[in-house]
Structure formats: structure tokens, C-alpha cells
Design a protein around this ligand. Sequence first.
Ligand code: ZN
Length: 224
Amino acid sequence: MAFPSELLNGYSRYLHKGFLRDKEIQEHLAIYGQTPEVMVVSCCDSRVTPEGIFGAGPGELFVVRNVANLVPPFEATEGQHGTSAAIEYGVTGLHVKHIVVMGHCKCGGIQAFRESANQDHAQKGFIGRWIKLLEPAAISMACMPVDKIEDPQLAMEYAGVRQSLKNLMTFPFVKEAVEAGELKLHGAWFDIGSAELRVMDPVTERFETADGPEAMPIPTVAAE
Ligand SMILES: [Zn+2]
């Protein structure tokens, strides 16, 4: 089976544009290693690319992506914990200063969890087991509805981010770094269609449209 030609075409464009632009940075990174200050936990969804959304170049973001951008709770059990391994390296190896858990609209993993109550649509296999991580989020959402919003999918997307932030604090090295003021945890949510970014207020746990340092309005595309 031939290697996908669109990938080779893309690689060619990258070599002649992106790599040429970042050549010195990449050479520096290759020699001296990476020192990203921000780690992002994002969904596998092809429409939600952390580097693209945050305009980050090589060496700037340490990213782990999984179904529904979930952080499992700390576990001392045997087993291959991929996301936890990335968090361990990000915090204890790279000493990132921020971890951003970024949810997004129309998340298929969240939708699968919501539908899993219905046996006909229950997810089996790896996905089914993975999205069970959302159960505590659903319970806390039912007990303490922070979001009085109509859209249950959106409410669950927010609840998943909040739960992942809680789970992050169960990792001893994360808790220690947060309490020492060396690490900050953040929740975010991205709207695919409009590119709106919402950031979670750490006190109220509500998601508000990000108005960064320059409060940039989202440009409208002029009709041609
Ligand atoms: Zn998703």
C-alpha cells in the first residue's frame, strides 16, 4: 500500500515553507532539546489542533491527545497509562508551567458517553472503557449543575474538562507543583465552527469567551 500522497505533498510544502521558516529554531531544538512551558490535553478530533489554535511553532507546546481530552485519575496499578505518562513527563521532566485541558464542541467521545446510557448505543471495547472516566463528571453535574444551560452536550463537554482538572490534582507531582506555585491548571473549550475559545474561570468554574491581552474580535470573512 502506497504511503498517502497527500501526506507527501504536505510534507513537500512543509519542507519548502514551514521548515525553512523555522529552520534555526528546529536546529536549536535538536541540539538543546525542548523546553515548552505549556502542556495541552486535547481531543484526537481532527478539527481541534492545539498548535493551530494557539499559533504555536515547534517546541512551544507539549501536547497529549486522546478521545474526549480526558485525564484519568492517578493510579498506582500496573498497566500502560499513556496520558498519565505524558503528564508525568510534562511535569517532572519538562517542568511545564501550565497545563491546559481543552474540550470542544460536537465531541464524539462526549456524545458516545451520553448515548451509552442507552444499551442499544453503548460503546464497547477500548472507547467504552475509556469514556467511563466521564462517570464522575456526570454525577457531579447532576448534583451541582454549574451550567444552567439548555444544551446537555455542551454541559457535559464542560463537565469533562472540570473532571479532568480534578483528576490532574490526584497526581502527587501535579499537586505538589500547583501548591508550590510552579504549575497552573486551566480549562478551555473550543468552538470548531466559529473558532471561539472559552476559558474556565478558576473560581466560578464557568467558561467565558477568552478576551486575551488584546481582546481580539473574531474577524468576519468578507464575501467575495
Ligand atoms: Zn472530541
